[in-house]
Unconditional design. Sequence first.
Lengths: 171, 632, 169
Amino acid sequence: MKRTSQVFLGLISLLVLMLALTGSGLAQGSDPTDDEVNAVASQLYCPVCENIPLDACGTAACEQWRGIIREKLAEGWSEDQIKDYFVAQYGDRVLAEPPRQGFNWLVYLVPALALIGGVVLLGLGFQKWRRAAVESKPTISSRKAKKSPEPSDDYIRKVEEELKERSRSSK
Amino acid sequence: MAAEIGFGALFITLIFAVYSIVAAVYGQKNKSQAWILSARQAMILVFPLLTVTIAAMLYLLVTDDFQVAYVADVSSRSMPVYLKLTALWGGQAGSLLFWSWLLAGFGSAVALRKWDRDGDLLPWVVVVNMITLAFFLVLNIFYENPFLRYWQDASGILTSFRQPKGALPIFPRDGSGLNPLLRHPGMIIHPPMQYLGFVGFIIPFSYAIASLITGRTDDRWIQISRGWTLWAWLFLSLGLVLGARWAYDVLGWGGYWGWDPVENSALMPWLTGTAYLHAVLIHEKRSMFKEWSLLLIIITYLLVIYGTFITRSGLLSSVHSFAQSRIGPVFLGFIALTVIITAWLLNSRWKKLQSQHALEKILTREGLIIISVVLFLGLMVTVFWGVLFPTISELATGQKVTVGPPFYERVAGPIMGGILILMVLCPLAVWSFVSYRHLGRLLWKPFLVSLIGIALPVWGGLTRWPALIAFWLVAFVLAVNIFEFFRRTRLRRRTENESWGTALARVLKRNQRSYGAMIVHVGVVLMALGVIGIEFFQTETQGTLAEGQSLSLAPYTMTYEQLDVFDDMSSARNVARAVISVEKDGRVLGELNPRRDFYYDSGQPVTLPGVRSTLIGGVLVATWPAKKKSTA
Amino acid sequence: MKKILLWGGLLLLLVVLGIGLYRSQQGQVGVGEAAPDFILQSFSGETYRIADYRGSVVVVNFWASWCESCKPEARDLEAAYQYYRPRGDVLFLGVDYVDTEPEALAYLEEFQITYPNGPDLRTEISQAFRIRGVPETFVIDKNGQIAHLQIGPFQSLDHILSVIDPLLD
């Protein structure tokens, strides 16, 4: 039981760790320094055409919007200020992800809860199944609990591998 | 004439489908084999019948019959013949018809197999297949008729199938042609693969439902549907990959996956379908978790229908989606019925299906597979939520929001990393039991080899450690798989005294399934390499160039040589083609030709980047008038 | 308990899909319906609130500088505005949809439009009217109800006059 929960703690931490790290990793890699306009534009979506990022959109209107970004950058506006300006002009949907306020927290919360819930359910499940296995085979499991001596010599290892091979080839 | 034949065959197919349903149910209720066989007969015939409709439509397309509204919408005189054929699935009505045809194909094929052993499942397989086919046929007949034609009377221009009173046919001189983005060889193969993948899952679904209805608790349905499911999964995978490659070729931002709602709709069933393929293994070896397999295949099919619904109903907006359509409400009704009936069936049989689950250790193959299934499901749920959230948000707050790549990448990255890790451990884990020591012994050599996956990039100058970890994982999975087969071959060589070559061949032959799995896993790993490469190493720059000027993005230099503007009359488009010469570290690589095509028939322009891809890297140059962007 | 959750979840999903679908299929605010109230901040800084103009006819025209089909009707709208101006009971408002200010002002300059125009901030106004594209014009009668919905440009000055005249007493 302890082993199981340890494994799970490990798994969850690993997932969380990777989530946090991937976020930072991605943030580092994407903006070249001589393309500040595109750097901002890539975080915005074309207000008119559907689901096209502003840096990729070729229409005249998108040209105008990139022009605005250029202007604002020249005036010394920060990325966030420019994004806020676009939101004030065109609404929340120009951002690539919902602004983190109010109702929109749910977009992150629900999957996080679902994942954690899934992991928890899985953990409980594993416990239940483990118990079922132990209960249904009392003699064998108690033997296993004694920790069988490790097959240290070559011959036994070969036999194990052979058995494995045989069981696989019976598929 | 052709339109009448086509529509007539369509209508007759519907009659056959409905007859099939009625006959099967009646035969089942009254235990009449004759009726059931008659139903089966009808099911066999739907495919040839619908082929007549498809042939009629293709004929209309190829002969430029623009009186038919659909032909005028998606085709034009200047399109090459192959594009006219692909225009069959270029618009809503035609693609629905194509879908129905593939569905009928699968249905007829299933009906043709030998049913002696599983007679009790047959009526229900017929019913499920034919109800689904009937629904899609109804969509084509009553809502999106591809055979509507243009007529003119006193009040103006009308579209209808039959000639209205006092109206005369009109024959537009030309059609608008396919959306320029679709005029690409990708149009030949990506939609058919995708649809085959989607539609293919009706087979295992119908077997599963049949099994539920008849109250069986065995897994016979899995045995007989296994082949079909693999094919459906294969087509779906191909469809996704081809779509990604097409997008890269055609869209000007080097993207291969935009987490667009329509792309996600294809991804979701793939995720649960893959989970199903793995869950089925546990179920075969240890007879546990049967109900998981059932649930997964049912969810996969429901996701297919759901995905089609949101793509076609106009509920979501996307570059991929079809124009506004009236099919939305009736489609929702169909989904509601399917979901409710399926849920109710599962509910009533669930207790019977439950088997004793006994699993001593997680670190067994079945334990790890279960974890991988949970990961796949988790990713699917997240994508599902992301796709639906804008709709929910608008209902709740009145504000429209976009859920875009940042959201999906943040979740997909770690989950896929987790799945990669499992791909390492799983092949090594033995069924039922593995000890840490044993695992360690199996892993240490591949682990050492995998360090090359870190050493090489670091030596090449890479310091970004998420990428290093990713490369290491990829190398590890490759190493583990290779070592595994090496080990088996060596064991066989020793015990059977064969040469390396013979031993390897024999090992491969006896373990075809695991060999196949290894190939797929290695393929996935290679794709992961590609994805890592793009996500972490893609560089891009942009600049405005006059003729003769260069833009550099180390180690590449791109020089704008000239712009050729000309009319290509054979395809009725105006082409503005740039000649960009590309050099790498001073050495000339060649020329790229990004261009802007303006199609006269549709009045729409499309900009196509110039792309050069090699195994080690690629260059993509996209141009817009007075703007240029390149990625390396 | 788990069953109630699952069934509830499924039904909720279907309901959400149903409402979402209904909303996406709804067209523009239609003739006979009450016009949505809104506030427009013009480019020159004035504020216009529709509810304040009960008793006048209000012409709400959605346009954009990047919209080619808006151009044919631009001068006609200005002419109609000048025609009704002495009366004082017809208000013309131009709502600039998803546009950029410099280009918008250039457009107004080009067509010499003098009636009030302002940006549709956060696209709230266009969402309230549920427009599907530009240009679209909503003519609101003196009781605050939509009297005419024009999708696409007006054909001519006479066309505009023929729509507004019946609404005046």
